[in-house]
Design a protein around this ligand. Sequence first.
Ligand SMILES: Nc1ncnc2c1ncn2[C@@H]1O[C@H](COP(=O)(O)OP(=O)(O)OP(=O)(O)O)[C@@H](O)[C@H]1O
Length: 663
Amino acid sequence: MSQTSLLAGFAPPQVRFYPERVDQERSRIDEIGEGALSALTRPMRDAVYPFRARFDLARISRISRRLKAMSDADFDAEIARSRVRLRRDVLSDRSRRHGVALVCETIFRTLGLRPHNVQIRGALAMLRGALIEMDTGEGKTITAALSAATAALAGIPTHVITVNNYLAERDAENLGPIYERLGLRLGVILEDSSPDDRRSTYRCDIVYASNTEIAFDYLRDRIDFGREGPLGTRAKLRRIAEPETTKPPVMRGLPFAIVDEADSVFVDEARTPLIISRRSDPEAEAVWTGIALDIARALRRDKDFILIGDEKRLRLTDTGRQTIADLAREHTGIWESPIRREEVVSQALSVLYIFKNGEQYLVNDGKVQIVDEYTGRLQPDRSWSDGLHQLVEASEGVEITGQNLVIARMTYQRFFRRYVRLSGMTGTAKEVKRELLTVFRLNTVRIPPRVRSRLRFRLPRVFRTKTQKWAHVVREVSREVSLGRPVLIGTRSVAASREVSEMLTEAKLEHDVLNAETVEESSRIIAAAGQGGRITVATNMAGRGVDISLEEDVVKAGGLHVVLTERHDAGRIDRQLAGRAGRRGEPGSVSTILSLEDALLDVISATASKLISQLPVVSLAVRLRLFDRAQKRAEKMHARARQDLVRQDRRLNQLLSFVGGME
Ligand SMILES: Nc1ncnc2c1ncn2[C@@H]1O[C@H](COP(=O)(O)OP(=O)(O)OP(=O)(O)O)[C@@H](O)[C@H]1O
């Protein structure tokens, strides 16, 4: 499993090359040392960077002038010649510049767009393995295409990784003509792609896929070929013993990745490890969940258990423990162990008193589906572990599925570190720069915006109650649409999107709702969201990568108006949503309308926020400080969870390297 030449071809069923980075375990001290070294050299890099960028741009502009003057036939001949040259030089500075100039011209000849200098700078930085921070709406999709096509022309298979399947499909479709003209094979991996489809798609020069699809494909290959991968001894022996039945791996290594919305993939998603599991017997699950819920229903609130932390956690009392022991006496198995039965009943109590349909999950077609707290999207492939999912199913009275028993597990952090070349782009990286450097060894390069932003942030409003907040949202929306502007209302949960939708209906304001329940209509809703007078209520699904095109009249009327109705656990997520307006220097505005009953404030002491909400007069500054503190605390909590996960992963990996076994 070594890092092999990226020019190497792939010849199934013999697997001779499988480029990926050797997983070198680094201690925390190594990480800190590397981080410190990089911080020391950063001023020098930052000072050199503008000169280097200017030099590159001047050279590219010279090559572009020559390419522009060519006829179509001459240009196609130039593409063929360049491919040979680029493959020979792989990615030297010169060939990088030549490749980028060639792709720029191809983009113009196929899509009619002339890539801007900021996009060229971004593409070059990514080809050098950096993470670029480019403001929302500056054109990262084209920037990714510039890097992907240049790398692929140099013979490096490239993965363009997006946050969801909708974006993978959309980008591949829009950019397809560029790659076709360059003679590059393009593939997209979607949720319903079969293993054989996937295998042939990964043989393409450029593959678009979501982070989940690609990481699970890799993990599945690992289960098939063992820890050493397709080049390891186990895989070789299998190929010798069963040459007919042994299929080559689905993927062909991890040569180069361009990760779109990199902070979401590397940071937000990286809190949950990738897990492949097998199902347990649903009938057995139905039995214990039934007993657990019966016992939980028999327990008395405030006597047997107490809800704490603003009713987000619970604790059993001594009386409660005794009641559980009495009620469980007639059952055997797990019910005989005090620790297990108390654990199970506590979970059942959380399902009854804390979990709510429309917040943490939705019941869709008789199935319980988790709602992602960050993206507001349904996670049909995910389920809660340790029997929690089965308890929710039992409490909702839907068919109980088997429990997932872990077969293989890996963190996103470990997966992405295995790419030979890794790069990424996002509009919001500044708060997580250091983590990206220590965990993924990615340097962040800030690409300054092309045009000055005309996005106007209005003074935030913080109401005492949610009812007051929603009433104000409706008033503001009604005012903006009467001016001929479209409005995007961002909500944090599906339940909140339903709530605001009901209020808009009551006020006779026509609108669309884009949430996990209406995912199939995403393209239609987004296409219409820029029309004058249009109201779109959306969860975070519209918060990333979504480009709302405005009509000419709308630009004159002031552009898109975004209303943030809650603040998220990370400021980055709020800024992504705000970034749907004021794109490419267009006019636009954002208002933040909050209430002291918002979920984010649960993070800080309930007493403090309740106290403040009861004071007769509280200045806006104090109210906003409360939200800032809560957001900081939530960010810290999540960062700690990610650190713990990486530490756990390291320990597990060390253990497994002794005993052998799963990834
Ligand atoms: N060079 C160009 N010339 C003209 N239009 C462009 C150019 N590059 C991109 N665009 C247009 O700019 C819009 C925004 O691009 P894109 O969606 O890639 O932005 P983004 O930076 O990815 O935004 P976000 O961070 O929100 O995902 C698109 O409509 C795209 O067609």
